[in-house]
Design a protein around this ligand. Structure first.
Ligand code: NAD
Length: 508
């Protein structure tokens, strides 16, 4: 590892004064060119945990230039896939070695429980190992040419320099979904974590260097979306921009990326229906309704925040759900007894509270929660109580828009047709789940739902082997699975004529 590669992220775990972090550009740990910094807060108690460089467009341009040089003049894209894959897998091994420290950094940054962060790290290890293995498995494809005395070969090549813009809810996990396949494919990259949650991505840059991934291949640049993110989306030196975040920002990325027709991969939000039919195992469905929303205080793109209940089970299900929600224990993510941590920021909590107030103005009934908890131990953090709204209808904004908080809106339905039609009446199409014991209904409903992932008798399950992504305005392209690797490749058709002779098309 280069000595000047230390970003300071690990120093956060030492306690004491908030360390000054550095970004990782061209294998060197650097401050923002302007020298500016931003305070990183722990959402549990709003304490200052670090001072992060507040980069600008010039820092993003430097990160892109480093990635461009590593792609155009470096060894990385041309290494045999298996050699690259071994380094990607080795990086997975280092993440495994350091999983506990990484999990602690993630909990400090996001407020989520340490148990959730530990799961995230195990997922991330699996992602790097999966794509490390896939890198060596690419062998191209021979196509039977229809023309005599010719051969036709289709190969995959790295797409080039990637700009990666990541959200704050799963900082390292969402970054890993991009970085691991892109590295495996032979791309180089400038990665921008959310300005709120830089710690684990900075540490990843250090681990990449330790794994032997060459300087300049993986650059991490920090700063606001409007400058650093916009530069990555606009830069003519970026070949592909991969973005995970909200739909409004996603539309800006599409516009910015159109300037040089760069490739775009978008993972945008979701408003995900969770439909419970009366013939379901209701105990399992109840657990599914809780698990579908309250991980990470509902700050999950696939949260089943839109609960749809068949008429005949509605009242009992709501009563049981409210009883369970009232018992969710809030607290520090570092405390093993905590089941739900805070929201990411005071600003985000205000947004969630506004949605709950708006739902009531639109006619929804507040059954539970909808407030800042009165526990003095939580007073400095950005907590919001688990919230249950009933009497919701399709037209309400609480049903149609992403709240990204610990809030469930409940709709009722009378028939399968009504449930499917209503579930599909959204601009989003990320994920949906439904609960039924009827096998024929499982087939009918799963094919009728217009979502990138459909869960039958479960919710919020994903793994690296299967693709993840959205129908409709939930995104473009897929992450995870083989499709998530192919996003970072271009296909090239190499055609050879073995009996070439003048064709005299234009005469002499
Ligand atoms: P966001 O859109 O506010 O920000 C995401 C990233 O984009 C951040 O790094 C931000 O700095 C950057 N950004 C902001 N403005 C930009 C601009 N003009 N140009 C370029 N970059 C810009 O989203 P967020 O609040 O960080 O994350 C929450 C959102 O992410 C939710 O909508 C959630 O559904 C979505 N999300 C989706 C998935 C998925 O897999 N589909 C996964 C996680 C999160």
């Amino acid at each position: 590892m280069m000595n000047d590669n230390a970003t300071g992220a690990l120093d956060v775990l030492n306690g004491g004064a908030a360390p000054r972090l550095r970004m990782s550009v061209a294998g060197r740990a650097v401050p923002a060119l302007s020298g500016e910094t931003r305070g990183i807060l722990n959402p549990f108690d709003a304490s200052l945990v670090a001072l992060a460089p507040e980069g600008g467009r010039e820092d993003a341009a430097a990160a892109v230039a480093a990635a461009r040089a590593a792609f155009d003049a470096g060894d990385w894209p041309g290494l045999p896939g298996a050699v690259r894959g071994a380094l990607v897998s080795r990086l997975g091994g280092l993440i495994e070695r350091d999983a506990e420290n990484l999990a602690r950094l993630e909990t400090i940054d996001t407020g989520k429980t340490l148990e959730e962060s530990r799961w995230d790290m195990q997922d991330i290890v699996g992602i790097f190992k999966y794509y490390g293995g896939l890198a060596g498995s690419e062998g191209g494809e021979v196509v039977a040419s229809p023309l005599p005395d010719t051969t036709s070969l289709v190969v995959r090549e790295p797409v080039g320099v990637c700009g990666m813009i990541c959200p704050w809810n799963y900082p390292l996990l969402q970054a890993a979904w991009k970085i691991a396949p892109a590295l495996a494919a032979g791309c180089t990259m400038a990665v921008k974590p959310s300005e709120l949650t830089p710690l684990t991505t900075l540490r990843l840059a250090e681990l990449a260097a330790e794994a032997g991934i060459p300087a300049g291949v993986l650059n991490v640049v920090l700063g606001p979306g409007a400058t650093v993110g916009a530069e990555l989306a606009e830069s003519p030196d970026v070949d592909l921009v991969s973005f995970t975040g909200g739909i409004v920002t996603g539309k800006k990325i599409i516009a910015a990326a159109s300037a040089n027709v760069k490739k775009i991969a978008l993972e945008l939000g979701g408003k995900n229906p969770n439909i419970v039919f009366a013939d379901a195992d209701l105990d399992a469905a109840l657990e599914g309704a809780l698990n579908g929303v309250f991980f990470h205080a509902g700050q999950i793109c696939s949260a089943g925040a839109r609960l749809m209940l068949e008429d005949s089970i509605h009242d009992e299900f709501v009563a049981r759900l409210a009883e369970r929600m009232a018992r969710i224990r809030m607290g520090s993510g570092m405390d093993g007894a905590t089941q739900m941590g805070p929201l990411i920021s005071a600003e985000h909590r205000e947004k969630v509270a506004r949605y709950v107030a708006l739902a009531q103005e639109e006619g929804a009934r507040l059954e539970l929660g909808g407030m800042v908890p009165d526990d003095p131990a939580l007073a400095r953090g950005f907590f919001f109580t688990p919230t249950l709204l009933t009497g919701c209808t399709n037209a309400m904004r609480i049903v149609q828009e992403e709240v990204f908080g610990p809030v469930i809106s409940v709709e009722r339905f009378a028939s399968e047709e009504e449930a499917v039609a209503r579930a599909n009446s959204t601009v989003y199409g990320l994920s949906a789940g439904f609960w039924t014991s009827d096998a024929a209904r499982q087939q009918r409903v799963s094919s009728a739902l217009r979502f990138g992932t459909v869960w039958i008798n479960d919710f919020n399950v994903y793994f690296v082997q299967a693709p993840w992504g959205g129908y409709k305005q939930s995104g473009m392209g897929r992450e995870l699975g083989r499709a998530g690797f192919e996003e970072y490749t271009e296909q090239k058709h190499v055609f050879s004529n073995h009996a070439s002779r003048p064709v005299r098309w234009f005469g002499i």
